[in-house]
Design a protein around this ligand. Sequence first.
Ligand code: NAD
Ligand code: UD1
Length: 349
Amino acid sequence: MEQKSILVTGGAGYIGSHTVLQLLLGGYRAVIVDNLDNSSQIAVERVQKLAGEYGPNLSFHQIDLRDKPALEQLFVTTKFEAVIHFAGLKAVGESVQKPLMYYDNNLIGTIVLLEVMAAHGCKKLVFSSSATVYGWPKEVPCTEEFPLSATNPYGRTKLFIEEICRDIYQSDSEWKIILLRYFNPVGAHPSGDIGEDPRGIPNNLMPFVQQVAVGRRPALTVFGTDYSTADGTGVRDYIHVVDLADGHISALNKLSDPSVGCEVYNLGTGKGTSVLEMVAAFEKASGKKIPLVLAGRRPGDAEVVYASTDKAAHELTWKAKYGIDEMCRDQWNWASKNPYGYESPDSTA
Ligand code: NAD
Ligand code: UD1
């Protein structure tokens, strides 16, 4: 049987690299397009190594999605079964400072991609959306039918791209599109060879905790201790990145279902965990004490956010397998092997 080729934009990044590995192990060919703006080619090399005999089924192209001729060239030489579209900028604070950079990169990049796909008759797409499109949810768990809103330019790019996808499907029902709304991806591949390697000061909780644990930062600032939650700190739905990657394989399979048009699914665990619970789990997994500085709320933060997982369970037959102990175990394994991310001395050699 001929192997199917999947184009993975942003495949050198955190979630993309884990998904590419699962694709290769699942027997797909994967072609990564990434401009390496927020990632390292070392991640691609490690994925290739982890994939063992399937490694040769991976190819990498350092291309910016907005470079239409370069993207066209790829579609001329390869027939893609589908595209998984991760590429985008994702730092909320930066998006508030530089909204045009976010609209240019995320929106133009996506429009160019969709144009090239349509021109080459490739009309199957899985897109990385985010729970951020629920804004400050009035209640939990968040179901896919909740009203949508955005609280910053990053979130607005996700909302706009979701709407663009719905419009495209309305205009041409040959498209099959799955919008995946991720909750809070954390952890790393159990090998400890690939993981999250943010540039600069991490915005998100677990990369920050990880950098405190390896001694790169003195303490974690806890944003908000007066929420009406059990311990006063914010509650989120943390999901192991390998579970998330598997969710993409389920979504790809779903694209072959004739009934699919433009669908949306939450990818979360359905469980809420507070900041202090997450820190305690990480301390247990790492044996490291995480010094805390208790501070006021971070502007824009919601109190409690977690997913309803029913729709993905029923329609994608996908469910997260891992809990926070495994997330912290694998995150610590990655951090201790690679304290400076991909810039660390090679521990995989
Ligand atoms: P990441 O930054 O690690 O990966 C994104 C990749 O896209 C990077 O490798 C980057 O170099 C590449 N890229 C960015 N702009 C590009 C362009 N114009 N052309 C080519 N490549 C480009 O981020 P991630 O955490 O892996 O997130 C992947 C996707 O999932 C993003 O769209 C993000 O918004 C979304 N998402 C992430 C989270 C999260 O917490 N990590 C949550 C919800 C949604
Ligand atoms: C953030 C983004 C959201 C994005 C999501 C996943 C904001 C306002 N929202 O959400 O758009 O989709 O990441 O990438 O940035 N915390 C601390 N100290 C820290 C960092 C975080 O206490 O140094 C707390 C937060 O207040 C929150 C929890 O940890 O209660 C999780 O924070 P974070 O990892 O940034 O995720 P989200 O807030 O869900």
